[in-house]
Write a protein that binds this ligand. Structure first.
Ligand SMILES: CCCCC/C=C\C/C=C\C/C=C\C/C=C\CCCC(=O)SCCNC(=O)CCNC(=O)[C@H](O)C(C)(C)COP(=O)(O)OP(=O)(O)OC[C@H]1O[C@@H](n2cnc3c(N)ncnc32)[C@H](O)[C@@H]1OP(=O)(O)O
Length: 205
């Protein structure tokens, strides 16, 4: 039987997800404004440090957080790709296909820019690594990324909805192969082939 663990977390309003969304908005606004905020930079930096100080005061010790964030295993909330509680996550919106495949949708703005008007290649790698990893989790056989080969077929545009797909291709003992794509406007812009290896011992143990 396919265990197909859920790889998405519920959207919550009024909680940490709202704070993360506001932080993403700040990052986007800073990159968009550029030099236009130079004259207010002192005030703005002080205000933002004030917010960070307030959050830091509430935070538990790092070691405690490092433990509790994995109990129960719920990286669905804090991972840097679709984790709604992580401001670094774009966030990618994941859909779990009935066949075990994973699809994602995201529109990226200026903070993710590489070539003018287009997505930084490392961000494509981030999205694909994650979605291939999720497809493996869904398929019930997952591992650490050992090799990720990307082919950049065409530049990936900012400000347009992107579709990310991932599927497990084959399993050979501890070695797991998965493939995926990122498309814009129905055209594949980036494709990936990944080798994932189930470690002999769980990482961190
Ligand atoms: C459990 C349910 C949880 C449910 C959770 C639900 C939702 C979760 C939601 C979100 C989850 C969030 C994240 C998950 C999604 C994505 C995760 C992203 C993945 C990563 O971001 S992960 C970080 C980057 N990743 C690393 O940090 C790996 C560093 N690395 C190592 O830790 C080791 O390197 C390792 C373990 C890879 C292998 O170590 P090892 O000792 O086990 O392997 P060993 O040497 O025994 O090799 C065995 C066979 O693999 C072949 N092989 C090995 N490596 C190869 C290579 N590079 N190229 C070609 N072949 C290779 C050998 O050639 C041999 O092949 P053969 O058997 O044929 O000889």
């Amino acid at each position: 039987m396919n265990p197909s663990p859920a790889v998405t977390a519920p959207v919550q309003q009024g909680g940490v997800q709202d704070v993360a969304a506001a932080a993403r908005r700040v990052v986007d606004a800073i990159v968009r404004a550029g030099d236009a905020i130079a004259a207010q930079s002192g005030d703005l930096a002080t205000a933002l440090h004030g917010v960070a100080d307030r959050i830091d005061l509430a935070a538990p010790p790092l070691a405690e957080r490092m433990t509790t964030m994995w109990l129960p295993v719920d990286s669905r909330l804090h991972n840097p790709v679709n984790g709604l509680e992580n401001p670094l996550a774009p966030p990618l919106e994941i859909t779990e296909g009935a066949d075990g495949d994973v699809a994602g949708s995201v529109t990226l703005g200026l903070p993710y820019q590489g070539p003018p008007g287009h997505v930084h290649g490392g961000i494509s790698a981030l999205l694909l690594d994650h979605v291939l990893g999720l497809a493996n989790i869904r398929a019930g056989n997952s591992g650490m990324t050992a090799r990720l080969a990307l082919t950049y077929h065409r530049p990936l545009p900012l400000f347009e909805e992107l579709s990310v797909t991932g599927r497990q291709a084959s399993v050979d003992g501890r070695k797991i192969h998965a493939t995926g794509t990122i498309s814009a406007d129905g055209h594949v812009a980036v494709s990936a082939e990944g080798l994932f290896v189930r470690p002999r011992a769980e990482p961190g143990r």
